[in-house]
Design a protein around this ligand. Sequence first.
Ligand code: 13P
Ligand code: SF4
Length: 315
Amino acid sequence: MNTLVEKINTLKREKNAVILAHCYQNVEVDEVADFVGDSLYLSRKAKETNADIIVFAGVSFMAETAKLLSPDKKVLLPRLEAGCFMANMINIESLREFRAKYPNVPAVCYVNSTAAIKAECDVCCTSSNALNVVKNLCAKKGINEVLFLPDTYLGKWVEAQLGGAVKVHTYNGFCPTHLRLRAEDMEKSRSEHPNSKILAHPECHHTVSALADFVGSTKDIMEYVKNTDFKEYTIATEKGVFDRLQRDYKDKTFYLLKDTLVCQNMKWNTLDDIYNSLLREEHEITLDRETSEKAMACINNMFEITKPLTTTGGR
Ligand code: 13P
Ligand code: SF4
């Protein structure tokens, strides 16, 4: 076995640590990860773990979310440079300006945002549950409009799925990685691989999503591959998803729709960085109490609003 992997695993045992890795990470990170998945899955794991230390192999908003969910644990981000371009497109000032345009309309905040932004919003969501969050929020409050931030495309995708029943006012943020895809790329790929199913993330531009065979979150895309038996799939999201699918389904053929579908920030963490982070216990995520309490309320509202309805038994 790779000695660095062994050293990390030894340190993990000694320090009672777990490593959570987003599936956009360099694929080598999976060798030391306890849990690998999308934002929603990892946020649940951060909440459940009994470890003393969480090393978050992802970007900073994900490590912050883990800290919110596990406030008594030490949460480490191996590389401080690992931010999210989209999350950085909104700040308190621009959020307040946006909210001021639509007084009294609740704000749904994509998990790809800082804790400070979540603290000023009503309900959080991830790409896996955005549709349910908006639908349930409107049903619960008897409203038909919401604010959605920072991603304009995920917000508009949700609006389209609801068939116009809800007006989703979106902030003008976007993911530069997913926006590298253009409709022409979809058409080219379709003509090169006519039998391949194109699977796209809802952060893609709507003209791209419109040409996909399936649009869903990271988890949904992975489940689609698991639950279908087509021979070819074209991945229209970050390369980490393609790498893992190719590794895990040897009997299927995968194409990455464009080779620039790489989130540079997600690729900062190497095994060396993870080792050093655990060894030196850096870089620790800290959040002030007021921000934490308010941001946590926003996240708890997401868990609450997406809770399956418990049916009362009959006599
Ligand atoms: P997921 O919520 O699908 O994990 O996506 C996170 C992300 O950063 C997408 O670009
Ligand atoms: Fe942020 Fe886009 Fe990277 Fe996801 S892929 S972390 S949204 S910049």
